[in-house]
Design a protein around this ligand. Sequence first.
Ligand code: XMP
Length: 319
Amino acid sequence: DWTMAAFRAQAIAGIRAQVGQGRVICGLSGGVDSSVAAVLIHEAIGDQLTCVFVDHGLMRAGEADEVVTLFRDHYNIPLVHRDASGLFLGELAGVTDPEAKRKTIGRLFIDVFEAEAKAVGGADFLAQGTLYPDVIESVSFHGGPSVTIKSHHNVGGLPERMNMKLVEPLRELFKDEVRDLGRELGLPERLVGRHPFPGPGLAIRIPGEITKEKCDLLRKVDAIYLEEIRNAGLYDAIWQAFAVLLPVRTVGVMGDARTYDHACALRAVTSTDGMTADVFPFDHALLGRMATRIINEVRGINRVTYDITSKPPGTIEWE
Ligand code: XMP
């Protein structure tokens, strides 16, 4: 695709011009956006770049290892792996309001990055895989008055004290364009085709209070759900699929015994840019098999629901 080749060359020139001889740190999340940004910036400035993967304890099953392996072993890009799960889960204890969760996570990310920037001997720039829809959704909604629907943790600039400038080479791109750019850069299809995963991670898929136990429960449900979707050959037909752990327990029956356990919701949507979305029309028999597997295999879950809300009026994530 000559357009993406041209964009790549232009973006690399732009990064070099902006950064000069400066040092850059880039937050990796394991998602497509930050990965593409990191590989692009690495191509532009080589080892002036250090990547930082902050594990906030809100990642999905196996996610942290996948990122670290890909970047260190495959790309040979310097990567700091920081396990900050204790810090994040500690600060999130008792926080139930969705915006308060997002702001807490955003603040901690900045704290951790600031520390890592110092650790690499002072970085001048912070790189982020911010996309065009992230930029506009944080500012206004459907052209209306300026109302914040959700504070995306990676948008909105940095506190003055950080004394770092932002490098955001994907700021003008939509998701499908970022995927094309990733292919252009030779990233593996499994990464390029990955569903989006929000910066605040599982925190915004656990309405109410977040605990490590709830995260563990949700990771199990989510892994089974995604495995079933892959096995059915539907992963690439879906924009995003994930499970939500509901803050409600319901009564059920297992064998002869009464259960009183958590309910969960499954969500799957189609979309081209995340700005609007339609519910994915799963076959009911498949939904039934997913529900049976989840309840049989995940102790602590006894009810499964499917979210049939489009965006708008719903948002894709529950918080
Ligand atoms: P919503 O829930 O607003 O989500 O319909 C639209 C898309 O954005 C993702 N999302 C985020 N991505 N940081 C991110 O990097 C965030 O804070 C964030 N919140 C939502 C969401 O997963 C969906 O793809």
